[in-house]
Design a protein around this ligand. Structure first.
Ligand code: AMP
Length: 403
């Protein structure tokens, strides 16, 4: 079974082709700057056991041309990994918002397409691009089953006391204003890996999973299911992120509008694109902020303190929500690569059962690794995330069910 995973953004398409029978990745890459003058394709070529990157610069008009380029690369006599697009059995699409309609991965039908379109008001930046990816893939890989994997699905069974906002009921009932949560594919993937590592059934495993990338969210997982998560109606609240503010008093928005005369789009831009590490510490990349801090930059120091304090606060909250925690899991760019963040986020949690081992935490990590001190009641793990593999696995499972 060959499964192509597509993550279509507004100006980019990330992809990976899996051979599920051989449990291997055949190729992957990124088509970016779609619609701009100078587009770029970066395609992985595996040769003699090594991965090389082939880069090509060209104008890529739209998603259709982008996916056609991908189809051509896959069958290219020199670079290709298949001989005909019809060898692809299924395409698994990342879809950001499944609203209250989609609780699990599903084969795409015309009704599913309509529903994803209906959800555009809830995810105006993401769902239109995801939809475009689906529509074009249906034409170019016409013999493949198309499957949608939703970022929100993992969180869709949270209890109502966790997903409701304390605002008038009508706003939820008529307009769907509630917590949806995001990064679900990553939180689920690392939960499965953690349970396997702990030799426990997922259904008996309680975890706190911290996905700390450019976007960041943290989830309380009880018995393998998300019961609370830090992002909300949108991917803006919760932890401090690369450029997003995370939690903020909504009255600040009124103040910026009423007293400082900012327009709603301006405030939206500030909170989503100019805040977080960038707004306080001068760069959206944690490595840069750390370098600034090491040079004595007080703003960078403050940004790192805020960033790690916010994570710590959520860990404490989710320990309370769960009661019993088997492991705290760090994943994604920062979670996997920053001993500093892991260390500072866990400082002071010793009395709650979380104690790190400094040497284990400081080692370079590229596989599942435990970093707690001996005797720490709660395990602390670093698990490299793999959202594409999770999408392929779920796509495979849905197809097996329908056969
Ligand atoms: P992601 O969104 O998961 O790709 O994560 C991207 C972010 O991870 C970057 O913006 C960096 O802030 C962070 N990152 C990547 N490598 C490192 C590293 N070695 N140390 C600290 N942060 C890192």
């Amino acid at each position: 079974m060959k499964i192509l995973v597509i993550n279509a953004g507004s100006s980019s398409i990330k992809y990976q082709l899996f051979d599920m029978d051989k449990e291997s990745v055949l190729t992957g890459g990124l088509i970016e700057r779609i619609g701009l003058e100078s587009g770029r394709v970066t395609h992985n070529v595996f040769q003699d056991g090594t991965k090389q990157k082939m880069t090509r610069e060209l104008t890529i008009r739209d998603h259709r041309q982008g996916l056609q380029l991908l189809a051509d690369l896959l069958v290219d006599p020199k670079l290709g990994v298949i001989t005909d697009p019809s060898e692809i059995d299924a395409v698994g699409h990342r879809v950001v918002h499944g609203g209250e309609r989609f609780h699990k991965t599903i084969v795409i039908t015309p009704e599913v397409i309509d529903a994803i379109r209906d959800l555009i008001p809830l995810a105006p930046l993401h769902n239109p691009a995801n939809l475009k990816g689906i529509q074009v893939a249906m034409e170019i890989f016409s013999s493949a089953v198309q499957v949608a994997v939703f970022d929100t699905a993992f969180h869709s069974n949270m209890p109502d006391w966790a997903y409701r906002y304390a605002i008038p009921n009508a706003l939820y009932r008529q307009h769907g204003i509630r917590v949806y949560g995001f990064h679900g594919t990553s939180h689920l993937y690392v939960s499965k890996v953690a349970a396997r590592h702990l030799h426990k059934p997922l259904a008996a495993t309680n975890l706190i999973t911290a996905h700390l990338g450019n976007g960041a969210s943290i989830t309380a997982v009880r018995g393998g299911k998300s019961v609370d998560t830090s992002m909300g109606f949108s991917p803006l609240p919760g932890l401090m992120m690369g450029t997003r503010s995370g939690d903020i008093d909504p009255a600040v928005v009124f103040h910026l509008h009423d007293k400082l005369g900012m327009s709603v789009p301006e405030i939206d831009h500030i909170l989503n694109k100019e805040s977080g590490l960038l707004g306080v510490g001068g760069s959206n990349d944690l490595r840069d902020v750390q370098q600034r801090q090491e040079r004595g930059d007080a703003d960078a120091e403050l940004a790192l303190n805020m960033y790690t304090y916010r994570i710590k606060k959520y860990i404490g909250a989710y320990m309370a929500a769960l009661g019993r925690v088997d492991a705290l899991v760090f994943t994604a760019g920062v979670g996997e690569n920053s001993p500093y963040v892991r260390w500072h986020a866990c400082q002071g949690l010793e009395n709650l059962g979380i104690k790190l081992d400094e040497d284990r935490n400081d080692k370079r990590i590229n596989d599942v690794t435990e970093i707690q001190a001996d005797g720490s009641p709660i395990k602390v793990m670093v698990i490299p995330t793999n959202e594409e593999l999770e999408i392929a696995t779920q796509t495979n499972a849905v197809i097996m069910e329908t056969r």
